[in-house]
Design a binder for this molecule. Structure first.
Ligand SMILES: C[S@@+](CC[C@H](N)C(=O)[O-])C[C@H]1O[C@@H](n2cnc3c(N)ncnc32)[C@H](O)[C@@H]1O
Length: 201
């Protein structure tokens, strides 16, 4: 959709940005990224999380990697936030193009449910190679629990994603943790139930 129907993509991003603006700063604080200098926000959309993270951590430099069509929206929002000196925009396809780095932190927020499991495993493996030693991968998504029928809202969202995207689906936190373990992350944890998983390199 973000490639083939950019107008619809812009609408989706506007909604995500409105929601994310409220929750982004407290999410950034909960992660305790005090020692980190560089953040890659992969598929970072409107730059909502990069903006929130840079606001919470004054020494952080962020890169928003996303499709060129999406970054047209991001550029305006980052400029309006007065953060264009600290947030770099990197256009590309994360499945095909190099990601830059190495980074202290990579955030993947709400991107994995548009892809299939094999694609996500490969992407997590790729991200591992773009992290500095001791770096962290934070995956935030709408995960199902082990029963795959809960939380209720995510179950409804999972049906929507199955019906309306080419190969998207909702995964469990355990799936994400397995991709990180297979990629070689030393320590893998579920930070927030059915919401956030983290791997440390
Ligand atoms: C649902 S949005 C999430 C945006 C942001 N991470 C957030 O949490 O608000 C998914 C994002 O992934 C981007 N995206 C999808 N496929 C991509 C690809 N192959 N390469 C780079 N970005 C991609 C889209 O352009 C979009 O900005």
């Amino acid at each position: 959709m973000f490639e083939t129907d950019p107008d619809l993509g812009v609408n989706v991003l506007a909604v995500l940005h409105r929601i994310g603006k409220q929750s982004g700063p407290s999410f950034a604080q909960r992660l305790n990224l005090e020692g980190a200098s560089t953040l890659l926000d992969l598929g970072g959309g409107a730059g909502t999380n990069a903006i929130a993270f840079c606001s919470v951590y004054p020494h952080l430099q962020a890169t928003v990697f996303d499709l060129p069509q999406t970054l047209r929206v991001t550029e305006r929002i980052v400029k309006d936030a007065g953060l264009d000196q600290r947030i770099t925009l990197q256009p590309g396809d994360f499945n095909r193009d190099p990601l830059g780095g190495p980074y202290d932190v990579v955030l993947m927020s709400d991107i994995l449910h548009y892809q299939d499991g094999a694609g996500n495993a490969a992407l997590v493996k790729k991200v591992f190679t773009h992290l500095a030693p001791g770096g962290r991968l934070v995956i935030k998504d709408r995960f199902l629990d082990a029963s795959r029928t809960s939380p209720a809202w995510t179950t409804a969202f999972a049906v929507h994603i199955l019906v309306n995207t080419e190969r998207g689906q909702c995964f469990t936190t355990a799936d994400a943790m397995q991709w990180m373990t297979d990629a070689g992350f030393e320590s893998v944890t579920e930070l927030e139930q059915t919401a956030v998983a983290q791997g440390i390199k």
